[in-house]
Structures are given as C-alpha cells and as structure tokens.
Design a protein around this ligand. Structure first.
Ligand code: BDR
Ligand code: CA
Length: 313
C-alpha cells in the first residue's frame, strides 16, 4: 500500500488525479494539501473540500501557501480560460460545504504526517511546489523521512506551456521548485515531455461516465471547459497532466526515465525553465555539480496510463 499526500491546486486535471488516488486499491490517501495556482488558495481549498465531500474522501484537507516563497514575486493571475473562474470548470457548487480544513497549514501537515510514518509517505505534488519548499525550510530532516517525491511539472526536452521555456507549476514558483529538486531526497519529475502525450478523448471519458458512478459524472461535468480549451492544442480530449504523476506511483513501469541533477532558472527570459544535467555527461564546473541525482521521465505509455485511470475510476 502506498501512503500518499496529494499536494494540489484543483484544478480540473487535479480533480481527476484526486479521484484516481481515492479510488486506487493500492493507494492510501493520507492527506490533501492545497496551494495557489490554478486559482487562489481560498478557491483551491474550497474545491478540495467540496470534492472530498462529494466523493466521500476521508483524508484531511490542509490549506497551503497563498503566494510564492519569494515575497518579491508578483502574484494574482489565474488561468481562468483553462480551469474556469472557480478553478473547476465553472460548475456550480454549493455555497456551504460542511467539510472543514485541518487547522494546520499545509507544510506543517506534511511535516507531521511524514514524521508519523517514517519512510512510508510519498509526496505527490501537482501544483506550485511552495508547500514542499516551506516544509523543507522548517524541517529539513523530512528528506530522510519521506519515501519519495513525485512531481508534475517542468518541460525538459520540449517547450513550456506558459512561456517557450517554462511549464506552469514551475513558472508559478521557480525558487520553490529549485529548493525541492536540489534537496537530498528522491524526486521523480513528470513534465510536459510525457504529459502532453497523454490525452483522454471526450469519447473515452463519456464511456467512463456510462460505466461509472456519479463521481465520474461530476468529474466529466467539471472537465468540459478544459476539453474546450485543449481543442485547439491537442484536438479532441483532455491532457491528464496531474493523473500521470499519480499513475507513476503505482505503475513506474509505464515510464522511461533519465537520471541527473536538476536546477530551475530563477529570473530572466527563461524564468522557470527546468534543466537536467544527465548523469555521466562531463561539463566544466557548473551549478548542477554535487547535487542529488533526480529522475526525469522522458517516455510514457499513454494507453497504459489511460487504462490505469479508467480501471481505478
Ligand atoms: C499543470 O498546470 C496546471 O494548470 C495543471 O493542473 C497541471 O498541474 C500543467 O502545466
Ligand atoms: Ca495542478
């Protein structure tokens, strides 16, 4: 059984990933932590609480960072064309939600949970990495206590999706991502190199609705705006970015990987770019030297990943 804390900014593809983690028989979802990104943290937290209530997810939900780790960065632009004004496709949700957030801030929840289960907890982060960076700053020993870290973010051998250099989750807090990638723990990064190949068509989703319960219908309703957005980019369907990272936890065999230390460009025209120095490649001394070797996914079996999602949902 994989104990997972899901750090997320729901977010439409985040919602699918949450349902996958909840439903997968080999995953024990021990907590959901929220972060700003696809919407403000107030909105992503409300969405996480709403989805937890709607889908009977018992795991605690802890509210996380509302801005970048570097206070000098400017905030406040939300990708409403992709995720809607409410972060979940403008689907109307109840005014009042009975589920309450955990009293602790997300980074403290992460620290406490990892300490309570040494060597057992996988941190899956599919938004800005601010909560993980704050947890590392407050309790650096969590690098020895977490089992592993799986990230959706970055663009290594392909263009970004916010700028030609940068992917959204990294671009939204580059300093935080650099802290997480350079810390001495095991990180696997699932970037646009593989997620952009994993497109769930609207027909595939419709078949899941037919076969599934009301949970999947809600997910489908939430996803329609996102599918519309991706029409001009991938044709029919939705790119299931965040679910790819969740599937990796249970099916790493569906991915090809490359090892090497990772840095994030912080500032300038390539702000938020992720660059890996592949292990074994010689270079003159550089800011990648002496850092832990991390894993970047370079290949994916998209059909296998979609089937894993379908089977769990
Ligand atoms: C990432 O950005 C967000 O819009 C998605 O939820 C995903 O985590 C893709 O770049
Ligand atoms: Ca996300």
């Amino acid at each position: 059984m994989h104990k997972v804390i899901f750090d997320t900014d729901p977010g439409i593809d985040d919602a699918m990933a949450l349902l996958f983690l909840h439903r997968h028989p080999e995953i024990d979802l021990v907590g959901v932590t929220t972060v700003f990104g696809n919407a403000s943290v107030d909105t992503t937290t409300r969405n996480a609480l709403y989805l937890a209530e709607a889908w009977n997810i018992d795991a605690p939900v802890a509210r996380g960072a509302d801005r970048t780790i570097d206070p000098a960065r400017k905030e406040g632009h939300w990708p409403t064309a992709i995720h809607g004004h409410n972060g979940i496709g403008d689907v109307v949700i109840p005014q009042s939600i009975s589920r309450q957030a955990d009293p602790r801030p997300a980074h403290q929840f992460i620290i406490d949970t990892v300490r309570a289960h040494p060597g057992e907890v996988t941190l899956v982060a599919v938004g800005r990495m601010t909560n993980l960076a704050l947890a590392l700053q407050a309790a650096p020993e969590i690098t020895k206590l977490a089992k592993e870290v799986v990230i959706m973010g970055g663009a290594f051998d392909v263009p970004g999706n916010v700028t030609p250099a940068a992917e959204a989750n990294i671009h939204g807090d580059p300093e935080a991502a650099d802290i997480v990638f350079t810390a001495p723990w095991k990180v696997t990064v699932i970037g646009l190199d593989v997620t952009m190949k994993t497109v769930m068509t609207s027909g595939y989703l419709a078949k899941m609705v037919e076969a599934g319960a009301d949970d999947v219908r809600l997910l489908s309703d939430i996803s329609q705006l996102y599918i519309d957005f991706y029409k001009s980019r991938v044709g029919d369907g939705m790119v299931v970015h965040d679910s790819c990272a969740c599937v990796y936890v249970v099916r790493p065999d569906l991915f090809e990987t490359r090892s090497g230390s990772i840095r994030v460009v912080c500032g300038g025209i390539a702000d938020g770019q992720t660059i890996q120095k592949p292990d074994g490649r010689g270079f003159p001394p550089s800011p990648w030297d002496g850092l832990p070797s991390q894993i970047v996914t370079t290949g994916i079996d998209p059909d296998g990943v979609l089937e894993a999602i379908r089977a769990a949902l």
